[in-house]
Ligand binder design. Structure first.
Ligand SMILES: [Zn+2]
Length: 254
């Protein structure tokens, strides 16, 4: 899928702007999010004509766009780490389990069919689904195997079961949280050293660092794909991950 042209991006921007400024009689006046200290109460984006959300204020609508929930962020790497260690250890033990085998086969196929990975600097112009595909291509090129990836949805499902108050409601939060954990492995970046000459003829070495930023829509597609590949595995084995984690599974590398 090609990157969007500058003209297409501008047309899209103008169309969104018109929708933001157009009057609407279907929006709430006040944000519907209920925080610890009561209702949020700020005007909704659409009512204030600053955005497209009919139900939430800018702050909560942005939080939903970023994390898939108005109040709850994705779990940090350190929070997921013990669940990931337990998941990986169990996946190694369960190689003959049919649910494990099926999930690993699906993920291997996804990695194999992800195609080539583009230059990192082109990534920001690509549509989110294409960025998600490239994320899997980079993981394959970096040599990540299907077990490492299958452990992520399994770990997240175990965390969600054990800490139901720490998770966002709905799939979107779950998919983005999985996408973030996957993206930590793929980290697209370019670190080139270029030699440049100044006017006096002296040579300078300049390091050019570029890190592609993840968008939440791309993370959503990455997480959704992995969740789909591992759905049976997660359904059958999330409880055992919690037990193994609490029994203190041996730390594993990776
Ligand atoms: Zn709000």
């Amino acid at each position: 899928m090609p990157a969007r042209t500058a003209a297409a991006r501008e047309r899209r921007r103008q169309a969104v702007k018109r929708r933001v400024l157009s009057p609407s009689d279907r929006c709430f006046r006040r944000c519907i999010v209920w925080t610890d200290s009561g209702p949020c109460g700020r005007p909704t984006e659409k009512f204030a004509r600053v955005g497209l959300s009919n139900m939430m204020c800018t702050q909560h609508a942005r939080h939903v766009a970023q994390f898939g929930s108005p109040l709850i962020k994705s779990p940090k790497a350190s929070v997921l780490a013990p669940y990931l260690r337990a998941s990986l250890a169990l996946l190694k033990q369960w190689r003959d389990d049919p649910y494990v085998r099926a999930a690993l086969a699906e993920i291997t196929e996804r990695l194999d069919n992800a195609g080539p990975a583009d230059q990192t600097t082109r990534l920001s112009r690509l549509p989110p689904r294409e960025k998600a595909r490239q994320c899997f291509a980079r993981l394959r090129i970096a040599g990540h195997h299907s077990e490492r990836l299958a452990a992520i949805p399994l770990a997240l499902a175990a965390y969600a079961k054990e800490c139901p108050n720490e998770i966002g409601r709905g799939e979107r939060w779950r998919f983005i949280a999985i996408g973030k954990a996957v993206y930590r492995l793929s980290r697209p970046g370019t670190h080139k050293v270029v030699e440049m000459k100044d006017q006096a003829g002296r040579t300078h070495r300049v390091q050019w660092n570029y890190q592609a930023r993840a968008t939440s829509r791309m993370l959503f597609y990455v997480g959704k794909a992995l969740w789909k590949d591992a759905d049976w595995l997660v359904e059958k084995h999330a409880d055992e991950v919690i037990r193994a984690k609490n029994a203190g599974s041996q730390p594993l590398a990776g």
